[in-house]
Design a protein around this ligand. Structure first.
Ligand code: SF4
Length: 329
């Protein structure tokens, strides 16, 4: 049977063991705890949540940088197996990664040319002219022109925004089908954030790349994602089309996040400063039942702290894990 999804994440779990004195097992951090979603070719989704909700661990698990404890990641119908080096090399050539900290992501003693050339050499692109052509195209796509002004520079000679453009250029140099961008603009000056997101959007359109955009900033998701997934306590608690979620969020946590954004207009990208009252849950000792229940204004005693809400599917494929919507699906 033909597989229409590019990426399928099925009941993904990533747990870390907590140890005392280096050997005594004292607990477990459930950073990703039963995450499901699919992504089509060329589609962009945003995964939104506060720091510590597990979204970066989810990104790393999808990238094959962390081994899942359970569940699986399928790409183009093949299950990711990080113990198989050949398969992992193939996977890494198909899935690009944009890190949060561009300076830390770039080798300081390599020029821009070598940074962009390296993945091609590793992946067996032997034709030097072809490599040079791709480097020039990537720099032009990222508006690093005239190319000769940048190609022989070292990372420290570039601004933060220019460094992040090089990270993006490197992530797409092998024409991957998917890019995972983990908070790609959060460490950049606010004045260049919009520009970088617009460039990423253009690349997604021009090359039909799928993008998983990880962010804590709900106000930037409208830029280029078609769907939003809201993450809380290691789980995706609401999913749906961007416009639907931004206008008619159902989950009390998503509503609180939206209220905390002072200006959701994408022309005025702002990071929300306020978050719902209370602390995010400890992933080592999460609350029983619904993980949002200690902070929830709609908490129903005897229900919410007892049973984990399943995912209810509402109109327009909006999905919400909250007992308030029981019987509405
Ligand atoms: Fe609030 Fe209960 Fe819904 Fe959780 S399940 S979000 S505690 S109403």
């Amino acid at each position: 049977m033909e597989n229409k999804e590019l990426l399928e994440v099925e009941n993904l779990q990533t747990y870390f063991t907590l140890r005392k004195w280096g050997f005594l097992r004292v607990g477990e951090v459930k950073a990703v705890d039963g995450v499901d979603f699919e992504l089509k070719k060329g589609e962009a989704v945003s995964i939104v949540g506060e720091s510590g909700c597990g979204k970066s661990t989810l990104a790393k698990t999808i990238l094959g940088l962390v081994e899942p404890t359970g569940g699986q990641v399928n790409f183009n119908g093949k299950t990711l197996d990080i113990s198989d080096k050949k398969h992992l090399d193939w996977y890494r050539s198909k899935v690009g990664y944009i890190q949060q900290d561009p300076y830390g992501a770039l080798p300081p003693f390599m020029t821009v040319r070598r940074i962009l050339e390296e993945p091609m050499v590793i992946n067996g692109i032997k034709d030097e002219k072809e490599r040079e052509k791709r480097i020039h195209r990537a720099l032009e796509d990222l508006k690093m022109t005239p190319v000769n002004e940048f190609i022989n520079k070292f990372p420290h000679m570039l601004s933060g925004g220019q460094q992040q453009r090089i990270v993006i250029a490197r992530s797409k140099i092998l024409d991957p089908g998917l890019i995972v961008a983990d908070e790609p603009v959060s460490m950049l000056d606010p004045s260049v954030r919009v520009e970088i997101l617009e460039l990423l959007k253009k690349l997604q359109d021009d090359y039909e790349m799928a993008v998983v955009y990880i962010t804590h900033d709900l106000s930037t998701v409208r830029y280029f994602s078609e769907r939003i997934f809201v993450m809380y306590g290691g789980k995706l608690i609401e999913k749906g089309p961007v416009e639907k979620i931004l206008r008619e969020a159902k989950h009390p946590y998503t509503k609180a996040l939206l209220e905390a954004i002072s200006d959701p207009d994408p022309e005025n990208v702002k990071t929300f400063k306020k978050v719902p009252p209370g602390e995010p849950p400890s992933l080592a000792n999460p609350p029983s039942g619904c993980r949002f229940h200690p902070r929830c204004p709609d908490f129903m005693e005897g229900k919410c702290e007892v049973e984990v809400p399943p995912e209810f599917i509402l109109e327009d494929d909006q999905r919400v894990s909250c007992w308030l919507y029981e019987g509405e699906d």
